[in-house]
Design a protein around this ligand. Structure first.
Ligand SMILES: *Cc1c(COP(=O)(O)O)cnc(C)c1O
Length: 384
């Protein structure tokens, strides 16, 4: 059997288990998408604040642009000639907002998570990671020379035991978690994580706020702001591709950590920096984040309605955010239910293994501030 025959066979296997993936052809119109000729309300976007769907914001941004400031490429790594001044402006703004010594911007959350851990780890490092952390963090751990133990999802008692048993045998221990988890939409207890980390001098805390930045906290800075933990988190990472309606990622941290990353982080050093125009747009949004409080409150309100409705219908719902999974179980059944919602005009998507564990296929609703309360109530009526 030749190599592509083997691929074909594997793909066939995925198809038979209803786990074959394809790239959907979509036309976007604000908060709606058109797929297969049908117009639907997008319930699968990470545009939590509805900023990507907001045409007025883009118009306002365009007014600031000229042919001189519209720079679609950086033409180089930031360590060579790609470090345009707008990068420094964004990083200073972030450090100021968070009240940290420093900030550093990356090309994406994937770059951040696959770059930071390998850069700061050695063989004398132990990483203790939540069982459900994002694939980009798993890949970062794999690329590092650290030893890694995964603790049960949000089981901080187990984490406490692991820290007690292992901290003395390593130069440093890095605890890795998300603040809002991608698939269950539940949250980590950041205060308790900080308490645990502070029990030992050689423990560092790494928190990925990809789903929280922009949408949580009084100023929209994430769960770390909400819980008053910003300064206690050594590696506070977030992304711009979700609520901030842009692309890229950041870490806010101590000055030394920033300098170390600039010298050691391969996914920062060996890649062309994001286009300056993209950084300018991120800065435009970041400066306005504090002003989107009403959107955050509305988002919380409609999320509560959907979560309560799912519970009433007998679904177990771990969510504490606008990511609201409806856990069905079987992939085939999940696809059926998703298709039914799509027929009613709701673009909800099934999430299947290997993204989630076997037997927990689900429809993953991802609400945005552009969705109206009556639309959520209508959606609920079609959920069986
Ligand atoms: C989306 C996401 C990432 C990846 O960020 P990108 O900027 O899309 O590469 C990383 N971590 C988590 C938890 C995410 O949800």
């Amino acid at each position: 059997m030749n190599v592509t025959d083997q691929m074909q066979q594997e793909l066939q296997g995925l198809k038979e288990r209803s786990n074959l993936r394809t790239l959907p052809a979509l036309i976007h119109e604000g908060r709606e998408v058109i797929a297969g000729g049908q117009r639907m309300l997008n319930l699968s976007s990470n545009d939590y604040l509805g900023l990507a769907a907001d045409r007025t914001l883009r118009e306002e941004f365009l007014q600031e642009l000229t042919a001189d400031s519209f720079l679609p490429t950086s033409s180089s790594s930031r360590l060579l000639t790609g470090n345009f001044t707008v990068y420094a402006e964004l990083e200073q703004t972030l450090a100021q907002l968070f009240g940290t010594e420093a900030a550093l911007v990356f090309n994406s959350g994937y770059h951040a998570n696959t770059g930071i851990l390998p850069a700061v780890s050695d063989t004398q490092t132990l990483i203790l990671a939540d069982k459900l952390v994002h694939a980009s963090l798993i890949d970062g751990i794999r690329l590092s020379s650290a030893k890694c133990i995964r603790y049960r999802h949000n089981d901080l008692k187990q984490l406490e035991r692991l820290l007690a048993e292992n901290h003395a045998a390593y130069r440093q221990v890095i605890v890795v978690t998300e603040s809002i988890f991608s698939m269950d939409g539940d949250t980590a207890d950041l205060k308790e994580l900080v308490r645990l980390k502070q029990m030992y001098e050689n423990v560092l805390l790494y928190v990925d706020e990809a789903h929280a930045f922009g949408a949580r906290g009084e100023q929209g800075l994430g769960c770390a702001e909400e819980t008053g933990c910003i300064r206690e988190i050594d590696f506070l990472v977030g992304t711009f591709g979700k609520a901030a309606a842009s692309a890229g990622a950041y870490i806010v941290c101590r000055r030394t950590i920033r300098e170390y990353l600039v010298n050691r982080m391969r996914t920062l050093i060996f890649t062309t920096a994001l286009p300056p125009v993209n950084i300018a747009w991120t800065l435009f949004i970041v400066r306005r984040l504090g002003g989107f409080r009403e959107r955050r409150i509305h988002l919380e309100n409609i999320s509560n309605i959907l979560r309560e409705a799912l519970k009433e219908k007998g679904y177990e719902c771990p969510s504490a955010s606008y990511i609201v999974p409806m856990i069905v179980g079987k992939s085939s059944e999940t696809i059926q239910k998703a298709e039914e919602l799509q027929r009613h005009g709701f673009y909800a998507l099934p999430v299947r293994p290997p993204t989630v564990s076997e037997g927990t296929s689900r429809i993953r609703f991802s609400l945005t501030a552009e969705i109206r309360e009556e639309e959520v109530r209508k959606l609920v009526k079609y959920i069986k």
